[in-house]
Design a protein around this ligand. Structure first.
Ligand SMILES: Nc1ncnc2c1ncn2[C@@H]1O[C@H](COP(=O)(O)OP(=O)(O)OP(=O)(O)O)[C@@H](O)[C@H]1O
Ligand SMILES: [Mg+2]
Length: 234
């Protein structure tokens, strides 16, 4: 299976990259770094020559670009190159952009599998940040149904996807989203049982077709974005 480098220092050595043409779900509490990871992955995909679409339903593009710039990732340059497309589903500008408007309507009505119909042609990588914004409005059965359909369609179209979902919404649906996808990552903050220090850690809940560690992987948000520290931790 082809794999795409996640761009997360230390992670690709462990899982060999993100399986191409499959969907990975990323969940976590507020501020744990989901958006940073999403941007880092998008940047990495662009660097690997993949046409990448970043759909943002919470923050506007200007804030994302500012955040990215802090890590040395120039999203404007990637957009100008035509390899990256940021689609905002929030704010006033949405109504004036047909594509964004149609996508926003699809997700607002709970039909989020329809977003693909409106994605740019030849999209190879899709980051959706985040599904939680709209999922709260649909019931558990529609949520699961739509997510299953979206994952199916992404695979049919050979699109590699990272879907971000906040931990609260994920729990609301009994974490059922994690069953629907090929891979699932959770970002957590925890007290290290040995040092007593707070630390950030990634849980690779699953990655089908891949040997994965059971241990939590501690990470830092540093000047180059998210990086695993010292490989695996206990
Ligand atoms: N340069 C940096 N160095 C260290 N930590 C940073 C840096 N930039 C941001 N952070 C931390 O990362 C957090 C933001 O990460 P991010 O926006 O990716 O979180 P998130 O999981 O997407 O949150 P939300 O659920 O609110 O969308 C900030 O609140 C801050 O604590
Ligand atoms: Mg975020």
């Amino acid at each position: 299976m082809d794999r795409i480098k996640s761009g997360i220092a230390g992670l690709d050595e462990i899982i060999g990259g993100i399986p191409a043409g499959r969907t990975v779900l990323l969940t976590g509490e507020p501020g744990c770094g989901k958006t940073i990871l999403g941007l880092q992955f998008a940047k990495s995909c662009c660097d690997q020559g993949k046409r990448t679409v970043y759909i943002t339903s919470e923050e506007d593009a200007a804030d994302l670009k500012f955040q990215a710039k802090g890590f040395g990732w120039d999203l404007d340059a990637l957009e100008e190159k035509g390899i990256l497309s940021i689609i905002e589903l929030t704010g006033k500008r949405v109504e004036s952009i047909d594509r964004a408007n149609k996508m926003a309507t699809a997700v607002r009505t709970g039909n989020f599998s329809n977003i693909l119909e409106h994605a740019p042609d030849e999209t190879q990588v899709l980051v959706f940040d985040s599904l939680g914004t709209y999922a709260a409005k649909v019931d558990q059965y529609q949520f699961k149904d739509q997510l299953d359909l979206l994952v199916y369609m992404l695979k049919e179209l050979d699109v590699t996807a990272l879907i971000i979902l906040d931990a609260a919404t994920s729990r609301n649906f009994q974490d059922s989203a994690e069953y629907s996808v090929y891979g699932a990552l959770r970002l957590v903050k925890r007290d290290n049982p040995y040092t007593g220090e707070r630390e950030r850690a990634m849980d690779i809940v699953k990655m089908r077709g891949t040997k994965t560690p059971i241990k939590l992987l501690t990470y830092e948000i540093g000047e180059n974005g998210i990086a695993l520290i010292g490989g695996q931790s206990s």
